[in-house]
Design a protein around this ligand. Structure first.
Ligand code: KG4
Ligand code: ZN
Length: 348
């Protein structure tokens, strides 16, 4: 088996080649061309600019992935490509390229869900045991998912408004910092005092309700998230703080990050205590956040559940993770069949 994986859902053009080793996915090459410098000056990803940059980068990136892995196109047995969720113009470039390569080679294309890729980034260098719970935290999604088996997903918590990555990005904007906000806030926060300003930790657990006999029944702890109130709290602090100098910005960044991380840890712990999984895996771009990695590991391991997080380079968007997820789809004979196109709002 030799999988060529392609990922172009947002602002990274990526390709990877994977094979099988001891019944696990094995990465032969991994190429990521990031557009961060292009979008920086606009303060965020500009969809049309992203699509154009993908068009320019996609073939050289695929060629490099083949070359780095010492693989000829004719040796590829499967082509895996992200078809959603993401930006439609960005997705289209990857999907059409994959289809073109498939027509030229006769190799089947496997349409892949980007979020499934983030989860399987954890299987590139480790073998987390199932059942597992995963916290997916990216720029567009924040969810807790229970996996009783491979490719079997039950969403047990989700955000009611912003995603955690979005909270970082919007927070950075409010503080007058650059894009992407997550890495910038996290770097500033390291030098700040996280207890100088207090931010609300949102707990969506409802009040107790009365059952049919009129007795009060305890509400189940909620595993849902909300980050929009936190953003408003930051906006208010920015507006009311005089002389917003570097030290104050660091302290605000640290306090804001602490609140996001505590909310993620709180619900992850609830999910772990309720479902008692063998593993807890962290996935998505925000899993590159050092504080989140450390706090979550510390708290999850106290429960006896094993904790996994991908290496930094596999946290943010890449094609290696798409190939790893495709590996499990191929192994389980569970690949999506029939015609497909980009699906920007593809659900899980
Ligand atoms: O998974 P990803 O690369 O793209 C999406 O699928 O959305 O995630 C990007 C998100 C952005 O919101 C970015 O600010 C956030 O991940 N991010 C971080 C860090 N590195 C990336 N957030 C917090 N701390 C970081 N170190
Ligand atoms: Zn992503």
């Amino acid at each position: 088996m030799k999988i060529l994986a392609i990922e172009t859902s947002c602002d990274e053009t990526a390709a990877a080649v994977l094979t099988e080793k001891s019944a696990n996915p094995f990465l032969l090459s991994d190429v990521v061309s990031t557009q961060i410098d292009i979008h920086k000056e606009f303060g965020g990803v500009v969809p049309e600019v992203a699509a154009r940059a993908h068009m320019e980068a996609i073939l050289p990136v695929i060629e490099k992935a083949l070359k780095d892995s010492n693989t000829k196109l004719k040796d590829i047995t499967h082509i895996a490509v992200t078809y959603g969720p993401g930006l439609v113009g960005s997705l289209l470039v990857g999907v059409e390229t994959a289809k073109g390569l498939s027509m030229a080679t006769g190799v089947p294309v496997i349409p892949m869900n980007h979020l499934e890729g983030h989860i399987y980034a954890n299987f590139l260098e480790a073998e987390p045991k199932l059942p597992l719970v995963t916290l997916i935290v990216s720029g567009g999604h924040t969810m807790l998912v229970l996996m009783r088996d491979h490719l079997d997903y039950e969403i047990i918590g989700t955000t009611l408004d912003d995603a955690a990555g979005e909270a970082f990005d919007k927070g950075a904007k409010l503080l007058g910092l650059g894009y992407p906000g997550g890495p910038i806030i996290s770097a500033l926060a390291e030098k700040g005092d996280q207890n100088k300003y207090s931010f609300p930790i949102i707990d969506l657990t409802k009040k107790p309700t009365k059952n049919e006999s009129g007795f009060l029944q305890k509400a189940e702890p909620s595993m849902d998230f909300s980050f929009s109130g936190l953003k408003t709290a930051l906006l208010n602090k920015v507006k009311t703080t005089e002389n917003l100098d570097e030290t104050k910005i660091r302290d605000l960044a640290a306090g804001y990050q602490k609140a996001i991380v505590e909310s993620l840890v709180q619900n992850s712990l609830r999910a772990t205590k309720k479902h008692k999984p063998k593993s807890f895996i962290l996935s998505g771009g925000v899993s590159a956040n050092k504080k989140l990695r450390e706090e979550l590991k510390k708290e999850i391991e106290k429960t006896g559940t094993k904790f996994y997080v991908p290496d930094f380079k596999y946290c943010t968007d890449n094609a290696a993770m798409i190939g790893a997820a495709a590996f499990y789809r191929i192994k389980n004979g569970n690949t999506k069949k029939g015609p497909f196109g980009p699906e920007p709002n593809l659900s899980f």
